[in-house]
Design a protein around this ligand. Sequence first.
Ligand code: ATP
Length: 201
Amino acid sequence: MRCGVFGGSFDPVHLGHLILADTARECAELDRVLFIPAARSPLKADDPAASDRQRIEMLQLALGGNPAFELSTIELDRGDPSYTVDTLEALNKQRPEDEWFLIVGADSLVDFGRWRNIERICQLAIPLVGARRGSNADLDQLSEYVSPEQLAEVQQFAFEFPLIEISSTEIRGRVADGRSIRYRLPRGVERYIQTAELYLS
Ligand code: ATP
């Protein structure tokens, strides 16, 4: 099986995440995509505002009905901080016959040099980078960490991704300001945020 791994805080999950994952799935012909909420991202200053349970429930609402999308709590079960290399080692051990791909937005690529053991990450999974339309220059940054053969594979699978100006930070800010978050995330997740009175301050 060809499996995509998509990690993030998902605080909350939004349409940018879902469109990125679906575009990666389509372009790399993935059989499934695992959405993996981080216990705590080593590169983020703050802990998630929503609880682990709330982030899981929002992801369940967002992913339901798509048989190719699955939620994995592997990082939440392991506790923090969440290093992608540990997650990929564990997944690879669980299912050594599978082929692994790591889905990342172009903005995350800028931070790649700060990811723990990025060379090993690239051995365990081929990065699938959603590059901004018309620019594949970003991928050259990876040449520091991967072999020329691996870089060729990364380039082969890089997919074009239109800029979608939605972030979890913006959604949390809008809720705190009493502004609309409609159409930025699935309706069920929007209702969940309202009912649970999440992100109000
Ligand atoms: P925050 O605003 O809290 O930092 P975020 O919206 O960036 O959160 P994360 O959960 O941290 O979301 O992101 C997980 C992954 O999703 C990252 O690889 C990031 O590049 C990607 N991503 C997030 N939002 C978008 C978007 N609008 N378009 C493309 N990729 C995105």
